[in-house]
Design a protein around this ligand. Structure first.
Ligand code: AHN
Ligand code: ZN
Length: 334
């Protein structure tokens, strides 16, 4: 009788113990869930109004043709903006020979966020603008400098807004923002063919003389003409040859965000642009997000290298699309 009672009591105790244990497990699970929620990545908002004002500001300086006052003042302004937002800013002055044999002076600007972190992404664009509107429909304009709102200023504007964002919200990886100079002094269309090597003089110089000296990045992204209405970005061949996984990752994010009308997962012609030298000389796998238009005679956005590449061609929606893709990409990298 006494034994049975004891067993009964022990069973009851065991039951109570089990109930308490299961309750505490449930609570623990809840707490872990809360922690997971807290560590979930919050992707900051890319402000396209701010990006737009950065584009307009550059255009307002006047054409950023190396050797001119507008170019100098705009360069000084870019350095001052990056000084405000980044941890370290390097300015690299250089001289380079253009296709005529003349020597021009330029400045590459290179800004670092979290310079001590190994994992790094290099984001870049050219900040100079083309000295001749050689594709303008009116031949009288062929020797005038283009306003370069899309070709030049748009990529820089998007990256300045990213710099502002990263300054405000910590990022867990290293980010570098490079603004290349003397990208757009390639030979005009009616001149002998020099084989393309006179484009991208600033990035070519940097790739051969890196600053900081032992710099490396896991991968790079070049922005070129990322501000026009209904821009279309393709798997450009050089990007595909050297960095297909980065292309795929970027275009997958765009598709997830509902931007497949802009980021079209289809192949397009190769372009001699800054990413070529980052891939071949610096050996940093780099893609080019560049507006290619398969229906336009030049293959680029319709106002490419014309006087019409002005601020009225810049569309905040496009800046927003590109900005959101980049922000999502970099804040989800570990
Ligand atoms: C060539 O036309 C060979 N490259 C185009 C690079 C470029 C100029 N991107 C903007 N402007
Ligand atoms: Zn150009």
């Amino acid at each position: 009788m006494g034994n049975r009672r004891l067993i009964h009591i022990l069973l009851c105790l065991l039951l109570i113990f089990c109930l308490i244990l299961s309750e505490s497990c449930k609570r623990k699970a809840k707490v872990t869930g809360e922690i997971e929620e807290k560590t979930e990545i919050i992707v900051p908002d890319f402000n396209c109004d701010s990006a737009y004002t950065y584009v307009a500001k550059q255009v307002d300086f006047g054409p950023r043709v190396p050797g001119t006052q507008s170019h100098k003042l705009c360069g000084d302004w870019l350095v001052s903006m990056l000084d405000k937002y980044a941890d370290t800013v390097y300015v690299q002055p250089f001289k380079a020979r253009i296709y005529t044999g003349e020597v021009k002076e330029g400045r590459n600007i290179f800004a670092q966020f979290n310079p001590d972190i190994q994992k790094r992404i290099l984001l870049c664009a050219h900040w100079d603008s083309r000295p001749y509107a050689d594709y303008d429909p009116d031949p009288k304009n062929h020797n005038l400098p283009i306003p370069g709102a899309n070709d030049g200023a748009s990529g820089v504007g998007v990256l300045l807004e990213l710099a502002r964002i990263i300054h405000k919200q910590n990022i867990s990886i290293g980010i570098d923002i490079a603004f290349w100079d003397l990208e757009d002094w390639g030979e005009p269309q009616n001149v002998n063919n020099y084989g393309g090597e006179y484009w991208c003089l600033g990035s070519q110089y940097w790739c051969k003389n890196k600053v900081p000296m032992f710099y490396n990045a896991n991968y790079g992204i070049l922005l070129d003409m990322v501000g026009a209405t209904d821009a279309t970005f393709y798997f450009e061949s050089i990007s595909y040859q050297y960095a297909s996984s980065i292309l795929k990752k970027t275009w997958d994010i765009a598709s997830k965000l509902g931007y497949s009308k802009y980021f079209i997962p289809d192949y397009s012609n190769p372009i001699t642009d800054d990413h070529l030298y980052l891939n071949t000389i610096a050996q940093i796998p780099t893609i080019n997000i560049v507006h290619q238009d398969k229906t336009s005679p030049t293959g680029f956005f319709p106002y490419w290298h014309t006087m019409e590449d002005d601020i009225d061609k810049i569309d905040k929606n496009t800046l927003k699309v590109v900005g959101n893709v980049l922000t999502y990409l970099i804040y989800n990298e570990k």
